[in-house]
Design a protein around this ligand. Structure first.
Ligand code: GLU
Length: 304
């Protein structure tokens, strides 16, 4: 398969999809990202990678960070995470609170905002500096020592995080948040403000495609069973409340973020990251989802 030709073809073929989505602006610092950026990278287990467009340009990973926080929590605390969050799709927006009260402060899954807050709360209960632990993990997985948070984006979100703060207080009322809410919010905004490129994220996602083993580091970063479970939650909960259509169109476990990135996993074969900042009505990259749909159709890599 000539992956380079496929990626270059996709970069041209998605051109008509630009202008149909909107860059996220509820976090003011994200509104200034140039909307027409497009990057795509794939990482193969044999070490080869292929890229097109702005694949080397760092962007705000936002909710894609939830995938790595979940990995850290599972590798330190195992299945205990499932006592604090569920593993069902929510069918609601990522920042909705509608079910949270009815379900006594237990979020549906770790990839919606309340679930990510509960997961981060668990990570913060471990000894050590949580921000540094996450940064070091992302640097290790991506093999890029320059990965860091963008303080302007973190501050911008912190100042506008009214809904997230409300959820955290609601969950604290149900004893499902144990940390101080301000400290949790500050750490959460920092987590979401990590900046990485498609190349970095494709590398960082490879162990999920390889049963937890990182061929680039020649060691396992999570267990095979954890990789299986995380992929299942990505497939069913990773792309907001349009997860069914995403599975229908793309057919891969994936996690998206409102920065316009989507990290997708082709089990046993590769990881793929695409970035295009304009979002559809659900919060997924409009052009990114179209690019992944083309990729799995052209390369027959859907899991279905
Ligand atoms: N930091 C964003 C928020 O909490 C993340 C949302 C996302 O990327 O889905 O709203």
């Amino acid at each position: 398969m000539d992956y380079q030709a496929v990626l270059d073809y996709i970069r041209e073929a998605v051109e008509p999809a630009f202008g149909k989505g909107r860059v996220a602006d509820y976090i003011p610092a994200l509104a200034s990202v140039p909307p027409r950026k497009f990057g795509m990278a794939i990482q193969l287990p044999d070490g080869r990678n292929f890229t097109t467009g702005d694949a080397a340009e760092p962007f705000s990973i936002q909710s894609i960070s939830k995938l790595f926080v979940l990995q850290l929590v599972m590798s330190h605390l195992g299945d205990m995470v499932w006592t604090r969050v569920g593993k069902e799709p929510s069918g609601d927006r990522f920042n909705s609170m509608i079910k949270l009260e009815m379900e006594h402060g237990v979020p549906r899954n770790p990839f919606i905002n309340p679930g990510a807050l509960a997961t981060l709360d668990l990570l913060m209960s471990l000894k050590g500096d949580t921000k540094q632990r996450l940064r070091d993990y992302l640097r290790y997985l991506s093999m890029n020592d320059t990965v860091q948070a963008d303080p302007v984006v973190a501050q911008s979100e912190f100042e506008h995080a009214h809904l997230n703060r409300a959820m955290a207080h609601l969950m604290k009322g149900y004893d499902n948040i144990h940390m101080d809410v301000d400290e949790l919010m500050e750490t959460y905004c920092h987590q979401c403000a990590m900046t990485m490129s498609c190349v970095d994220l494709a590398r960082a996602g490879l162990p999920l495609a390889m049963g937890g083993y990182s061929p680039l580091h020649e060691e396992s970063v999570i267990s095979t069973s954890q990789a299986k479970r995380i992929n299942a939650v990505m497939l069913t909960c990773g792309t907001y409340d349009s997860v069914g259509s995403f599975a229908y169109r793309v057919g891969l476990p994936a996690k998206s973020g409102v920065g316009g990135g989507i990290l997708a996993v082709v089990p046993g074969k590769m990881s793929i990251c695409v970035w295009a900042p304009e979002l559809d009505a659900f919060g997924n990259s409009y052009v990114g989802a179209a690019a992944l749909e083309m990729f799995t159709s052209l390369t027959h890599t859907s899991i279905f």
